[in-house]
Design a protein around this ligand. Structure first.
Ligand code: HEM
Length: 369
């Protein structure tokens, strides 16, 4: 995708694509679009489905639901999860074969975020498998609906998830826990309307399942493709946080988003009018050479002052960013500590679709050379 963003940028800060929409891969323009009050994430009037999540809402509804979600991602709540996340990861790593290749995605990258988000939401272990299965089916729609059969599976998954949520609400009313579903079950309609409940939980579920796995996979891939960077991490596992930030910039798991113009606004010298649609290439902005010298170089020692835009910006800035950072940092630190000989062991496959960038399978081995 990266040469494609370069071509977009070569056409100017804002340009019109063949599909008749506007696009930008320019850092300053992308940042301004994301922060603009003249732009909206909501579908146009009349095209809004029944199950909108707050990702696709404007204030004040967006503000109200986002405010409900935020405490689960507070530093206090995350620090209480830190030890449990590390323990869950170590259990996964304990089970890995030490003498033959295994798939890093299905053995580590995918199960870790699933365990963590189930913990944060408060899904009991007994339901975790069904929850994970329907959640993954749902998440697979991020790359686009592929066939009629796929569409049918999505409808089934939605119904099944709705049922699981209902049962969980009943359970949490009887046995409250320190988790998000308990808070949701206790929240009155002035906080969450009944019809907002399933979309809210589904958003958190999908965002939890389908993004961090790609951050972990993309990070390990970049490190193993740049062995000197892997050695830097092995020598000092506390560099894991820097690896996470550089991976978010260099190979962003969410490549783009979009905004609809709701009132005239000029950004990047371009006059947008109402109902224009802008494709916001955050992964392209993260490789803007005017902000990141030699943007195509993966370098965990970068000291660029500007934060990347991998978590978006403005009012929709990723709610889960602190959790994604925590999980990926723990994963990379622990992998480097426990498996300094980690290396590739065969051909990888990529996820379909261009919205989410990540690996579907990634054979590696930890056997000593
Ligand atoms: C929003 C990226 C992990 C929950 C977003 C957006 C991006 C993003 C780009 C904003 C889209 C837009 O502006 O249109 C990522 C990446 C992740 C990640 C790259 C991991 C590497 C997570 C996790 C969760 C989460 C783990 C929670 C479990 C959300 C939610 C929103 C959001 C709820 C909507 C925020 C709002 O509309 O106010 N994320 N995300 N994300 N993310 Fe994440």
């Amino acid at each position: 995708p990266y040469p494609f963003y370069e071509r977009i940028r070569a056409r100017g800060p804002v340009s019109r694509s063949a599909a008749g929409v506007w696009a930008s891969a320019d850092y300053d323009v992308v940042r301004q679009v994301l922060r603009s009050r003249a732009m909206s994430s909501a579908p146009p009037e009349g095209q809004q489905g029944a199950d909108l999540s707050f990702l696709e809402m404007d204030p004040p509804d967006h503000t109200r639901l986002r405010r409900f979600a935020l405490p689960s991602f507070s530093p206090r709540n995350l620090s209480s999860m830190d030890a449990r996340i590390t323990a869950a990861l170590n259990r996964l790593l304990d089970d890995l074969p030490t003498d033959e290749p295994f798939d890093l995605v299905s053995r580590v990258g995918a199960p870790m975020p699933i365990t963590v988000i189930s913990d944060l939401l408060g899904v009991p272990d007994a339901d975790a498998d069904a929850f994970a299965r329907y959640g993954s089916t749902f998440g697979s729609a991020l790359g686009g609906v592929r066939s009629l059969a796929h569409a049918r599976r999505l409808v089934e998954a939605r119904t099944a998830l709705g049922r699981i949520f209902e049962q969980l609400f009943e359970l949490k009313r009887r046995e409250p826990g320190d988790d998000l579903i308990t808070r949701a079950a206790e929240a009155g309609p002035e906080v969450i309307r009944p019809d907002e409940m399933a979309p809210l939980l589904t958003l958190l579920l999908i965002a939890g399942f389908e993004t961090t796995v790609n951050l972990i996979g993309n990070a390990v891939l970049a490190l193993l493709e740049h062995p000197e960077q892997w050695e830097l991490l092995v020598a000092d596992p506390d560099r894991a946080g820097a690896v996470v930030e550089e991976t978010l910039r260099y190979d962003s798991p969410v490549q783009r988003t979009g905004r609809r113009v709701v009132e005239p606004v000029t950004i990047g010298g371009h006059d947008f009018v109402a109902d224009d649609f802008v494709v916001v290439c955050v992964a392209g902005a993260n490789r803007d050479p005017s902000v990141y010298p030699e943007p195509a170089r993966f370098d965990i020692t970068r000291t660029d002052p500007q934060e990347h835009l991998a978590f978006s910006g403005g009012i929709h800035y990723c709610v889960g960013a602190p959790l994604a950072r925590l999980e990926a940092t723990i994963a990379l630190r622990t992998l480097a500590q426990r498996f300094p000989h980690l290396r590739r062991a065969g051909a990888l496959t990529r996820r379909p679709g261009s919205l989410i960038r990540g690996l579907q399978s990634f054979p590696v081995t930890v056997a000593p050379v």
